[in-house]
Design a binder for this molecule. Structure first.
Ligand code: SF4
Length: 350
């Protein structure tokens, strides 16, 4: 089967099976609002669709235009980002909104070269915005696209392998160009790119791909060779490091003590209960007291939390602080601050 038939089959499938997501207009799968596409694509970079679906609407209500986002305070933006993780993306998105306001008269640009100049926008995100919002034949490659391409071509490579990436970009480019040449009612570059990502997310999944219902199965080399389950090859994993954290929950009347983390490093700029962290072993009571200027009481909780590269062990103590370092806030005020997931649990409960 030719690329043109593959493109048509995938777009027709998408027209029937696209998930109803808050950043998609019902019944219309291309030509989405460019600013909305910028926001959703940045949110989706490292966060699950279900979590982004919960947060996207409130974020757009609060910052409905690039100008509104550009003029908001960083604390406000981080607070609305709370729960999405990887907060550097929120800072980049705010900076990108400023660029759009100052350099592009408030309109997200349509070409890949200009999009890539925006803070936090890489080759994938630029291609996604150009194709999905402006229907330009720009290729996109993310983890889903790489996996689908490797299986279609029957190539047993790890998805972060250089050869795999080159192959994925080349095939994505060829296929979206085919979609551009074959435009029809349900076929367009934007629809094709979304369809390819959707197939990877819902049918050609990492484990147990649902080949019998796949619209492009007749094109798939991995199915022909019975290798779909073993492609891609597992990535070589970097060794995870432990991190030991101790937090002190200090209460005064109905207020709790919070401090803001430094502007760089893990959970940069987010608020937290006074917390000490060590890489080699759990901090002793004396180390906690000296570092936090807090008197430590009973152990009130313990839990584990995994970041991308770390296994973090939290111990939570009741604390007493006479120091003025930090802010005393009510739980209601704290719930509106930018908090990491573990600190939300420590300060506001699971
Ligand atoms: Fe993926 Fe199976 Fe479809 Fe091939 S046939 S693209 S392995 S879901």
């Amino acid at each position: 089967m030719t690329d043109a038939r593959l493109v048509r089959a995938l777009c027709a499938w998408f027209a029937r099976h696209a998930r109803d997501l808050p950043w998609r207009t019902p019944g219309e799968h291309t030509r989405r609002d460019p600013y909305q596409t910028l926001v959703s694509e940045i949110m989706l970079q490292q966060t699950q669709v279900a979590r982004v679906s919960e947060k996207f609407g409130a974020f757009m209500d609060r910052f409905p235009t690039p100008g509104a986002l550009a003029s908001a305070s960083e604390d406000d933006v981080l607070a609305m980002w709370s729960g999405l993780g990887y907060y550097r993306r929120a800072r980049s998105l705010r900076a990108a909104a400023k660029q759009v306001s100052d350099e592009h008269a408030g309109v997200v640009p349509s070409d890949v070269a200009a999009l890539i100049e925006l803070k936090g926008v890489g080759r994938y995100t630029a291609g996604a915005i150009a194709s999905i919002a402006y229907d330009m034949p720009a290729p996109i490659v993310d983890g889903n696209v790489t996996r689908v391409v490797l299986r279609l071509e029957g190539r047993d490579l790890a998805s972060d392998d250089r050869e795999a990436q080159e192959l994925a970009w080349r095939r994505s480019d060829e296929l979206v160009a085919t979609a551009n040449r074959s435009r029809a009612s349900v076929v367009s570059p934007g629809t094709f790119n979304e369809a390819l990502m959707e197939l990877g997310a819902t049918v050609c999944t990492p484990a147990n791909p649902r080949c019998p219902v796949c619209p492009i199965m007749p094109h798939c080399q991995a199915v022909a060779e019975g290798t779909a389950d073993s492609i891609p090859k597992p990535k070589a994993r970097a060794k995870r490091k432990p991190l030991y954290c101790a937090s002190a929950v200090c209460a005064q009347d109905d207020r709790l003590l919070v401090r803001r983390r430094p502007d760089s490093g893990l959970w940069a700029g987010l608020y937290e209960a006074p917390t000490i962290e060590q890489g080699d072993s759990a901090p002793s009571e004396r180390e906690i007291t000296e570092a936090l200027h807090v008197r430590i009481g009973a152990l009130i909780g313990e839990f584990d939390f995994a970041t991308t590269h770390r296994d973090v062990r939290f111990r939570v103590f009741a604390g007493e602080s006479a120091s003025a370092e930090g802010d005393w806030r009510t739980r209601e005020e704290i719930s509106r601050l930018a908090l990491s997931s573990p600190q939300r649990r420590i300060l506001l409960g699971p």
